[in-house]
Design a protein around this ligand. Structure first.
Ligand code: AHR
Length: 515
């Protein structure tokens, strides 16, 4: 068997890991909020109407950050509808998803839920149909102690202490023709600039994220990012990236080897947008370097027809309930490796979304079900800590061709069978190695060669694999795709393991000798 090698010099690292890289996303969409997070009529509901079964699962995952309230929803949302006495909150037609929004869950409930699950909230302004002034008012409601109109309103609602929300998105996907309030780049650049100025006057400590291109397929991809930054660069801290991937005839020719390389498309997008930021920085002579927020990423291609997105004016209609299979879980692992590799630039990432809507978790009458994609995400949340190491991987490659996400962005390349990323937590003297084997036929041996010394012991090694790439979990059969343990052998400087065909694995190592 051909052996691949990873050379690991523990003193060479790419970045200190900000765990916000593995955030989640909760949108008022389908059954995400109502029926997912919040469902007073459920037998699982707690005294506040939160589904306690879901809450326990999400709390245990330790998701660092949660984006809210949209998504497309936010571009028609008035945050005032969702605060204050519940009996006074209006039911409205949400035009993004043609659904009825009862507003029984709003900002105060969201922040409470975040406290319960241990996540930091990241809020999005409506810059589609609402004004910069109302965005600034939202920050005043959330972040000012007392003595102003909007902060006192929060206090009237029973919340004495400010929420101190640090991360705010300047609208959502306003480059997209589907977006309420869709604009051209000049219009958006000006609105983002104006909003940022007002918001910073209310709270100078916030971090503001401009809405970058919604995907790599729009004709404005790239030029949008450049043109908006030329207008608002000085007032923003970061720009957002979004993308959804799929094993479709257009994108991959429905070829799994091509599909499993799609994290490399994500990697290209990150580098491309980072280059645009740096070139605008240079052009403007600015001293500030922007960071990136990949605040919507996932696989989404099945539940994507117009009918899948039409709520028919219902409350909490089941929308975008994408069933994920093993193949999707493997690529999710690939995305995690890419985010780790690019973590010197991408500070925030949000798996879109957290529950019921294109999500790793589903709720039903029986409780919570974990889709296969839950496991690689959980491993990143639990085991990616400390620093991301700059490792050198030597692996055989295979050729792919294919359109990818954009014709002039196509990958026509040799793709390594093994995709490996690694973190090292010096305080806990632990390391985690995340390994995708894209070879569908063969197990591949990997030798980890440590410099200067190898681990003292193996803590655990788990893999997600199976004979059927299309296997899914259901409420009836919830454990079809679950991790199994894998053998790894360590002797001094070298650790060896045999990665099963089509697998994503995590190896955890102790460096107790370093203590
Ligand atoms: O996450 C689903 C949708 O995808 C979001 O509402 C939107 O921002 C994106 O197009």
């Amino acid at each position: 068997m051909n052996t691949s090698r990873a050379v690991i010099d523990r003193s060479r690292y790419r970045s200190g890991l900000d765990r916000r890289l593995f955030g989640g996303f909760l949108e008022h969409l389908g059954r995400a909020v109502y029926g997912g997070v919040f469902d007073p009529s459920s037998r699982f509901a707690d005294a506040d109407g939160f589904r306690d079964d879901l809450l326990q699962v999400v709390r245990q995952m330790d998701v660092p950050l949660m984006r809210y309230p949209g998504g497309n929803f936010v571009s028609g949302y008035n945050w005032l509808d969702g605060v204050g006495p519940k009996e006074n909150r209006p039911a409205r037609l949400d035009k993004a998803w043609n659904s009825t929004e009862t507003n029984q869950f709003g900002t105060d409930e969201f922040i409470n839920w975040c406290k319960l699950i241990g996540s930091e909230p990241m809020l999005v302004f409506n810059l589609g149909t609402n004004t910069p002034e109302m965005a600034a008012a939202y920050v005043e409601y959330c972040n000012i102690g007392k003595g102003t109109h909007w902060s006192d309103l929060r206090r009237e609602h029973g919340v004495a202490d400010p929420y101190d929300v640090r991360y705010w998105c300047l609208g959502n996907e306003l480059d997209g023709p589907w977006q309420q309030g869709h604009m051209n780049s000049a219009e958006y650049g000006d609105v983002a600039l104006e909003t940022a100025r007002l918001v910073r006057a209310v709270d100078p400590t916030v971090q503001l994220i401009a809405a970058g291109s919604s995907n790599t397929e729009l004709p404005t991809y790239g030029t949008w990012d450049r043109e908006i930054l030329e207008r608002c660069y000085d007032q923003v801290d970061a720009i957002s990236l979004h993308n959804y991937y799929g094993n479709t005839s257009e994108l991959t020719g429905q070829s799994t080897p091509r599909f499993l390389a799609m994290n490399l498309d994500m990697e290209r997008q990150i580098r491309h947008i980072a280059d645009i930021c740096d070139s605008v920085q240079k052009q403007l002579g600015s001293r500030k370097k922007l960071w990136l927020a990949f605040d919507e990423w996932n696989i989404w291609y099945r539940a994507r027809t117009p009918a899948d997105m039409d709520g028919r004016e219902q409350v909490a209609p089941p929308l975008l309930e994408e069933p994920y299979n093993l193949e999707d879980a493997l690529l999710t692992g690939g995305f995690i490796n890419t985010l780790l590799r690019e973590s010197n630039r991408v500070r925030i990432g949000c798996l879109a979304q957290i529950v019921n809507v294109i999500a790793p978790l589903m709720t039903g009458d029986q409780g919570v079900q974990k889709q296969p994609t839950y496991y690689p995400y959980l491993w990143a949340l639990k085991h990616a800590r400390g620093k991301v190491l700059d490792i050198r991987v030597e692996s055989e490659t295979y050729p792919i061709e294919g359109a990818g996400l954009r014709p002039d962005f196509a990958i026509d390349a040799q793709v390594p069978y093994l995709d490996v990323a690694m973190t090292l937590d010096e305080q806990r003297t632990e390391a985690s190695v995340f390994m995708l084997n894209r070879d569908l036929e063969n197990a591949r041996e990997l030798e980890l060669d440590f410099q200067p010394t190898g681990p003292s012991r193996i803590i655990s090694c788990d893999t997600l694999t199976g004979p059927d790439l299309k296997a899914v979990n259901t409420f009836e059969n919830p454990d079809r795709v679950v991790p199994q343990s894998l053998q790894a052998v360590s002797n001094g400087q070298k650790t060896r393991l045999k990665l099963p065909p089509a697998s994503y694995s995590v190896l955890r190592l102790a460096f107790d000798n370093d203590r």
